[in-house]
Every structure is written in structure tokens, then in C-alpha cells.
Design a protein around this ligand. Sequence first.
Ligand SMILES: Nc1ncnc2c1ncn2[C@@H]1O[C@H](COP(=O)(O)OP(=O)(O)OP(=O)(O)O)[C@@H](O)[C@H]1O
Length: 242
Amino acid sequence: MTVPPAITLQGRYSLGDVDLFGPLSMQLPAGQWSCLLGPSGVGKSTILRLILGLSTSGQFEGSVQAEDGLPLRDRISYMAQSDLLLPWLTVLENTVLGARLRGETPDLPRARQLLTRVGLEAYQSQTPAALSGGMRQRAALARALIEDRPVVLLDEPFSALDAGTRADMQELAAEVLQGKTVLLVTHDPAEASRLGHQILLLSPKAATRWTPPPTPPIRALQDPATLACQAALLAHLRGQAR
Ligand SMILES: Nc1ncnc2c1ncn2[C@@H]1O[C@H](COP(=O)(O)OP(=O)(O)OP(=O)(O)O)[C@@H](O)[C@H]1O
């Protein structure tokens, strides 16, 4: 794995005649988790697609740059909002899909270990049709975590999970992705307060920094500063929505 780079996105994005966001500038520090929150439809998933270099339905005037000046293509692991599991493959085969597509030998022991960590050990040989929504999301998480990429983009990766499993999966992701440059899109102030080295609030005009708790992530659920950050962030987001 190459050294995780810092990433800067700057520019404006429009859909036809309508400006969606920007001009704005967003920095993702190297080797740290940035959590991105904002109202539905403001463009959070679009920002992930821009960093990935994927096509979007609108027009982007701006740039996405890694601080080392190297292309980001082939250095990113991505977990989309929809799980994108291939229905004709088993859960294990879906987990190692990236390696298969690249013509590499899949690391099956690692895949089995990750599937055990996400609680799907007993479902490795099943197809996605046999999984609940939360189980499918955990299979997609295992597929994202197995990729040893320096940059990781996660689009609401824990949204379908029950509260206990969500806390477990947050801890697993923090452990496996330690030291990588991570951008996590979430609607959950508790999640951002727990996981973010940096918390960013996206609005049509700007990507604003929200002060995270003073301790490094991942933070304990009951940590008073984390709870205070969560409450203040929720109050702010509710105020914004009115
Ligand atoms: N395939 C598409 N075709 C047309 N418009 C699209 C398409 N995908 C997204 N959009 C529009 O782009 C805008 C931003 O969408 P995006 O998915 O980035 O928002 P978001 O902040 O991630 O929303 P959410 O929190 O609901 O997931 C929205 O107005 C949406 O309607």
C-alpha cells in the first residue's frame, strides 16, 4: 500500500441551471477520518463520485488533487450507499470480487476472517438473496475492508444496522482502516462524533469544519465530550433543517 495522501477538492457543482454546491474547498487530512454530514440531496454522494473520478449527472468546475500529485485512480476503496452485491455470486465470492476483477489471486483466508468479523461466517456460501438488509450491508463492508487501499470512501456504510451491530462495525472499520485517508458520509451525529478526526458540514455554500471531541477516535460511546459533540451537532443540524 502506498502512503495515504491528503486530498483537496475545490470547485463548484451544478445540475443544469441549478447550482448544487460551491464554490467550496474541502481538505481531507492524510491518514485520518473525515466525516461528512449535510442535508439530503446537498451533494455528499456526488463528492465521493467526484473523488472517485466517476461520471455524475451534473457539471463540476474544479479539481480533486492528492497532495503527492499522483493519480487517485486505483488507490481508492469505495463502499456505495447501495450494496452492489452481485446476486449470482456467493457472499465469499462477492467479498473478493475486486481481486477477481483485477485478475489477482483472492485472499480467501482474509475474506473468511473479515466475514467472521462482520458476523457472516455462516453465510459465506449463500447468495445475497438469503441476507437481510443489514447483513447485505455488512457483506458490502467486508468487501470494502478487504481492499488494502490508502484512500477509503464510505457512503453511509452502517445505516441499515441495529444500534449494537453499528457500534461493533464502527470499531471494526476504525481498526482495519487505521492510518488510511477515510471520507465517511453519514447522517448520524453520534457516528461522526465517535469516528471523525475531522467533521465537515456540507451546505450549498461551503464545507464547514465542526470541532470534533478533543480525544482521538475511535471514541468511547459514553465519553462525555463525545456525547456533548453529538448533542450540539444534532441541535445544529435540526436548526439548519428548519
Ligand atoms: N443519477 C442522477 N440523475 C439526476 N440527478 C441526480 C442523480 N444522482 C443524484 N442526482 C441529484 O444530485 C443531487 C445530489 O445528490 P447526492 O446523492 O449527491 O446527495 P446526498 O447529499 O448524498 O443525498 P442523501 O443524503 O439523500 O444520500 C440531488 O439533487 C439529486 O437529485
